[in-house]
Ligand binder design. Structure first.
Ligand SMILES: Cc1cc2nc3c(=O)[nH]c(=O)nc-3n(C[C@H](O)[C@H](O)[C@H](O)COP(=O)(O)O)c2cc1C
Ligand code: SF4
Length: 427
């Protein structure tokens, strides 16, 4: 099962992080074409036609997002979301560290298309080396007149500023990111207003993921219609999946959406389970989506098929567990993460993740009480859809599905036997 590499096609070319090699392999042709041939509206049209959907998690159509910006003469901003804190996800890191000019070209081309003079790249706090690499790329691009006061002699001004976060998962949520970028504590904002009308410094703002913006480069190069031919009708193009955990060849794999099944990704590209082991379950979209078990491994990797299978494509971080893993232990590990990363702004998430962690710690320590599973189930139901931002839903997505799929394993962790279900209590 081959990969279909558009973004990662030059990943292994020596020196590709430098501008000379990048240009020699066709780099900055898309920006050149955008600025000198197409003009902003035509670039926006190409992105619309491509049917590109945002790769940050929600899969919102990129061209549509760009078209929401009001044409009211106010300055507008492009913000590239490079926070990438979703567990099991390391695709943006690969682009930032190894293909910095691809990202920069995507950011500059997109900023040009939406009429922004100023773009920001927000990096997660741990990407200090990525910051340095991008700083170098920006200096090289400036010397090549791809950014600055007169881009490629067109008279257009394009500037890019880098910002390093302080290591908080919530700062990947677009409005918390904007708060952080403005210098405040990263807490989510109430929506509406959406960033398109009141974003950074109250101005119209587009927030897009690293992979989304990098995909604009091949879209402008090949044309939106050709890009839309890749993948499926609802899930166009290619997507990078980060496979981690119990496989023989973990890593980033770029495939055409809908053309490869989860099983093919895990077995053919990632090498299958470790010697003597079997796959037990997979979280296919970062840690914030429901589990899939091997009976669903024939699901094609696209937005619609994964939804129909009861989960989501999310960030494309595929976390693989083999049969050596206790699902209770895995659930505890994930809940520790969400409890730690909850920003504390709203009660169901702040308190709920703490209580969930406490109940899971008891189960993990062999001290589960009768009623603990009821508590867990009830908490999941009270968090679901009730929190200020989607982190609450993210915290319980995998746990809720684990409780449904692996109920026996949870029951067995309670000394004295099976716990009752919420439905039984209600009866
Ligand atoms: C808790 C939380 C964390 C998120 N983390 C990220 C992230 O690290 N990177 C990212 O691009 N989007 C992240 N998102 C999604 C962003 O809010 C936003 O939808 C995305 O950056 C939009 O880009 P796209 O349209 O290109 O997908 C996160 C959302 C939530 C609720
Ligand atoms: S759900 Fe509430 S407490 Fe949790 S991160 Fe979002 S705003 Fe903060």
């Amino acid at each position: 099962m081959p990969e279909k590499r558009l973004l990662l096609r030059n990943l292994h070319v020596p020196g590709i992080a430098g501008i000379e090699t990048y240009e020699r392999t066709g780099g900055y042709r898309s920006l050149r074409r955008a600025v000198l041939e197409l003009g902003p509206d035509a670039v926006l049209q190409e992105v619309m036609t491509s049917n590109l959907r945002g790769r940050g998690g929600a899969g919102f159509p990129t061209g549509r997002k760009w078209s929401f910006l009001p044409k009211d003469g106010r300055p507008r901003y492009l913000v590239c979301n490079g926070d990438e804190s979703e567990p099991g996800t390391c695709k943006d890191q690969e682009i930032i560290y190894r293909l910095p000019h691809l990202l920069l070209e995507g950011v500059l081309t997109s900023a040009y298309a939406i009429g922004a003079e100023q773009a920001f790249i927000y990096l997660r706090g741990e990407f200090k080396e990525g910051y340095r690499i991008l700083e170098q790329a920006i200096a090289e691009a400036r010397a090549g007149h791809y950014l600055g006061d007169d881009v490629l002699g067109s008279g257009r001004r394009l500037e890019v500023s880098l910002y390093l976060g302080a290591g908080a998962y919530i700062c990947g949520e677009e409005t918390a990111l904007l708060e952080s970028l403005e210098g405040r504590r990263g807490l989510p904002r109430l929506k509406p207003p959406f960033p398109a009308t009141a974003g950074l410094y109250g101005m119209p703002t587009v927030v897009n993921n690293v992979e989304t913006l990098a995909a604009v480069v091949p879209i402008v190069e090949m044309g939106g219609a050709a890009y839309a031919q890749l993948g499926t009708e609802g899930s166009a193009g290619t997507k990078i999946f980060s496979v981690s955990g119990h496989v023989r060849r973990p890593g980033n794999f770029e495939v055409e959406l809908g053309k490869v099944t989860l099983g093919e990704l895990l077995n053919d590209l990632a090498g299958g389970p470790p010697e003597g082991r079997k796959f037990k379950a997979v979280i296919p979209g970062g840690s914030s989506v429901p589990y899939l078990t091997p009976d669903k491994f024939d699901t094609p990797l696209d937005y619609e098929s994964l939804k129909a299978a009861g989960t989501m494509l999310g960030s494309g971080g595929v976390i693989v567990l083999d049969d050596s893993v206790s699902i209770v232990d895995a659930s505890l590990r994930l809940m520790e993460f969400y409890r730690h990363e909850s920003c504390g702004k709203c009660t169901p998430c702040r308190e709920g993740t703490m209580w969930l962690q406490q109940a899971l710690e008891r189960l993990h320590g062999g001290e589960g009480r009768r009623g603990d599973l009821l508590t867990i189930q009830g908490l999941c139901e009270h968090i679901d859809g009730q929190t200020f931002c989607p982190l609450g839903d993210a915290a319980i997505a995998a746990l809720g599905s684990a409780l449904r799929i692996f109920r026996d394993e949870f029951d067995q962790s309670i000394p004295g036997g099976r716990d009752r279900r919420v439905e039984e209590v209600a009866r």
